[in-house]
Design a protein around this ligand. Structure first.
Ligand code: 6GU
Length: 244
C-alpha cells in the first residue's frame, strides 16, 4: 500500500514514521509513505498557502490552488490515483471499521488541514472522504495523519508477529482487551489471577473472554450493542448488571 501525505509541516513526520510498527511495515515493503508540501506548488515569490476568510472573521484559510496542484502532481506520481482523505474535525469519526476499509485500499492521499480550515472547494472538488480522530480540536491534521497511518499499517499482512493477533485485538471483536500480565506473579502485593498461571488453555480463554465483556460493559457500554456475543454471554452481562 502507498500513502501520500500532503502537509505544510513535513518535518512532523520524521520521527513517527521511522520507529515501531510503521518502520517495520515500510521495511517489509508492505507500506510506502511519501510526504509532500503544498508550499512547493505555489507560484508566487512568498509561497503563500493561506489567506483571509471571505466575509471576515478571525484566522486564516488554506488556499485551494496549492492543495489542488499538489494533489494533482502527487496522484500522477504513481498509480492508482488513490482515494483523497481530508483530515478535519468535521469528518466522520475514525473507528476500527473505517481503518479496516482504508487498509484495503491500494493507495491513499491524505490531506492535513491547518489554520482555521481549508477552502470549502477542497472538500467539494478534491476530497473523497473526510475523517476526524475524535471530538476535540488539533492545531492541524498532522497528528491525525500519524494516528491513521499507524492504524492502517498494523492491518497490512505480515506487519504484526502473527495474523492471529489482529483478529484477537481489541476493537476488531468490538470489545476491549482483557487484562494482561507478565512476570513476576506477585508485585507490590498485587497478584496475577490464578487461572493465568494454571496452564489450562480452555479456562484461560474463557476467563479472558469474560473479562473483555465485563470490562467493555463497565467502560464502553456503547460498544456492546455492536459486539458479537453468544446468548450465554448476553446472560452473563444481564447478571453482571443485576438484571434477570
Ligand atoms: Cl483530523 N484535524 C484537526 N485539526 N483536529 C482534529 C482532527 C483532525 N480530529 C480530531 N480533531
Amino acid at each position: 500500500m502507498r500513502i501520500d501525505i500532503v502537509t505544510l509541516f513535513p518535518e512532523m513526520f520524521a520521527g513517527p514514521f521511522d520507529a515501531s510498527i510503521i518502520a517495520r511495515a515500510r521495511e517489509a515493503g508492505v507500506l510506502e509513505i511519501a510526504v509532500h508540501n503544498p508550499r512547493d506548488y505555489t507560484h508566487d515569490r512568498h509561497h503563500v498557502v493561506d489567506d483571509y476568510a471571505y466575509g471576515g472573521g478571525p484566522g486564516m484559510v488554506m488556499k485551494p490552488e496549492p492543495l489542488f496542484e499538489c494533489v494533482d502532481a502527487v496522484r500522477a506520481m504513481a498509480s492508482p490515483p488513490g482515494k483523497v482523505v481530508l483530515l478535519t474535525p468535521q469528518g466522520r469519526l475514525l473507528d476500527h471499521d473505517i481503518v479496516a476499509g482504508l487498509a484495503r485500499e491500494e493507495r491513499l492521499v491524505v490531506l492535513c488541514g491547518h489554520y482555521e480550515g481549508v477552502d470549502e472547494r477542497v472538500r467539494e472538488g478534491l476530497a473523497d472522504d473526510e475523517i476526524s480522530i475524535g471530538d476535540y480540536v488539533l492545531s492541524g491534521g498532522e497528528p491525525a495523519a500519524i494516528v491513521l497511518v499507524d492504524a492502517v499499517a498494523r492491518q497490512q499482512p505480515g506487519v504484526l508477529g502473527s495474523e492471529a493477533s489482529l483478529e484477537e485485538e481489541s476493537h476488531a471483536q468490538g470489545l476491549l482487551e482483557y487484562p494482561q500480565y507478565t512476570r513476576p506473579p506477585e508485585y507490590r502485593g498485587m497478584a496475577v489471577p490464578e487461572v493465568l498461571l494454571s496452564g489450562h488453555h480452555a479456562e484461560i480463554a474463557k476467563w479472558r473472554r469474560r473479562q473483555s465483556i465485563l470490562r467493555t460493559a463497565a467502560r464502553r457500554p456503547d460498544l456492546l450493542a455492536r459486539a458479537a456475543l453468544t446468548p450465554e454471554e448476553r446472560r452473563l452481562l444481564d447478571e453482571a448488571r443485576g438484571g434477570p
